[in-house]
Ligand binder design. Structure first.
Ligand code: SF4
Length: 352
């Protein structure tokens, strides 16, 4: 792979060696005006990851390709200075997704190199793409669609048959894991200070993005009243954990039932490794009743059956449905608040 390839895939091991061999000191990247454009592009990478996704730059000459390549370590440093779990997951996902379209179009020989780079045992012969089942399980386990279950794939003596697109998707997942597991970096405070303007700008955009799906902002929704199962699933979804299909359905229907809007719910799932906005919107709208059936969230018995009841609180013993928990807890909290208000009034009257 040459520098144009490294600009496209800056996380491969060869790219790091290429950067190390360049004639400049690392500090210059963060302090020198010459690298201003590189720092801008690094910031743009992170902002795009929070927004609509990272678009690959078209590099027409070596200097442009080197700038694009160097913007990657800058972006990683920026993400590390902010050190926010949601941002790390979202950034890693965006970098990996931005590679997928290019990966799909690579010649077979390059695709095989990629598989090797990520320790995926693959046999590629122009028509068939097979990987060893242990590598398949290692990477496909984060993808929850039915078709990705091992049982639904053709397997021959331990080798799993895939399409070119599916192999590229597996590599995308390996890329995501590599980037995510390498963050945050241990960045010296003086470097974060030098990048302070960029850090502040990213943090502001990140705060806005996160507020769009924080349920606390929906006045009619009371996060304090969530049953343990939903609170646990919600925090998992917000930090990028890929929920099982049944838990995703339970959480989505629960949130819709208590009045959360469709866009807010889609925002919650945005950090999932296999997030696809169009498909998620379709699924949420479907549960919302777009096809005529409004789905109610599953009862506690069903939650237990699917392993989604994560441990009961005392209140759980008095209800049979997560929505019942929510209503009862809301009623209790309102009552407690009314008693407190009455107490405050009595105190004020006594004082005056
Ligand atoms: S008992 Fe019901 S409400 Fe409580 S955690 Fe389990 S499923 Fe959720």
């Amino acid at each position: 792979m040459d520098v144009f390839g490294f600009a496209q895939f800056p996380y491969v091991s060869g790219a790091l060696k290429y950067v190390e061999a360049l004639d400049f000191k690392l500090d210059e990247l963060f302090f020198d005006r010459v690298f201003g454009q590189v720092r801008e592009r690094g910031k743009e990478r992170v902002l795009s990851a929070i927004g609509e996704g990272i678009k690959k730059s078209v590099c027409t000459d070596r200097t442009g390709a080197e700038k694009e390549l160097l913007s990657y370590p800058v972006a990683r440093i920026l993400v590390s200075c902010i050190n926010d779990n949601y941002l790390i997951k979202r950034y890693a996902l965006a970098e990996a997704k931005s590679s997928y379209e290019t990966l799909k179009k690579l010649p077979d020989i390059d695709l095989k190199d990629f598989a090797e780079e990520f320790d995926i045992a693959a046999k590629i012969d122009g028509r068939e793409y097979v990987i060893h089942f242990t590598d398949y399980i290692r990477h496909a386990s984060a993808i929850h669609e039915h078709e990705w279950k091992l049982i639904n794939r053709k397997m021959d003596h331990g080798w799993v048959h895939l399409s070119r697109e599916k192999l590229s998707r597996i590599i995308e997942e390996a890329i995501r894991k590599r980037i995510e597991s390498g963050l945050p970096l241990d960045v010296p405070p003086e470097i974060c200070a030098a990048l302070d303007e960029h850090v502040k700008e990213i943090r502001a955009v990140l705060d806005v993005r996160k507020s769009e799906f924080e349920i606390g902002e929906f006045s009619e929704i009371m996060p304090d009243c969530f049953p343990p199962c939903m609170a646990h699933a919600l925090s998992g979804a917000q930090s990028g954990v890929n929920l099982s299909h049944s838990m995703r359905f339970a959480l989505t229907s629960f949130l819709l039932n208590i009045g959360m809007n469709v866009d807010g719910i889609i925002g919650l799932f945005r950090v999932s490794p296999d997030f696809d906005e169009e498909r998620t919107r379709y699924q949420v709208m479907h549960i919302h009743g777009a096809t005529g059936t409004v789905y109610k969230s599953p009862s506690c018995a069903t939650m237990v059956t699917y392993g989604n009841c994560i441990g009961k609180e005392t209140l759980c013993e008095r209800i049979s449905h997560p929505l019942g928990f929510y209503r009862k807890k809301a009623w209790i909290l309102k009552k407690m608040s009314a008693v407190k208000d009455a107490g405050d009034k009595t105190y004020i009257q006594k004082e005056s």
